[in-house]
Design a protein around this ligand. Sequence first.
Ligand SMILES: [Zn+2]
Ligand SMILES: [Zn+2]
Length: 127
Amino acid sequence: MSSNSRQPDNARLDRVVADARRRSEQREKTYREQALAIYPWICGRCARQFTRANLRELTVHHRDHNHDNNPSDGSNWELLCLYCHDNEHQRQLEATAGESTRTGGRVSTHSPFANLRELLAKQPPSK
Ligand SMILES: [Zn+2]
Ligand SMILES: [Zn+2]
């Protein structure tokens, strides 16, 4: 018996590849979704539990405060509720307040524009 070699349908293969690439690009952008996929929906500080109904109040915190550091194993992410997340950054701001005067006012850890960029990325393209 000769083996039955099947030819892959190239058009379909192209579509699968394009689809996979687009999905991986999206994945890189939306670390929030990645984090929500691998971590239970619970605030890491106050242990408040979340459902789809109030999921918008659960945020993804970057442990090293670097929003560009998004390892796919989630080691830099922590799910925090809005209040605990706020607290966390308040503490960080106070901790770096003294430092920033020494480094010439360069506060690179958490710029307000990092959030803005994230919000814009989620907007559908305007025509
Ligand atoms: Zn909390
Ligand atoms: Zn954060």
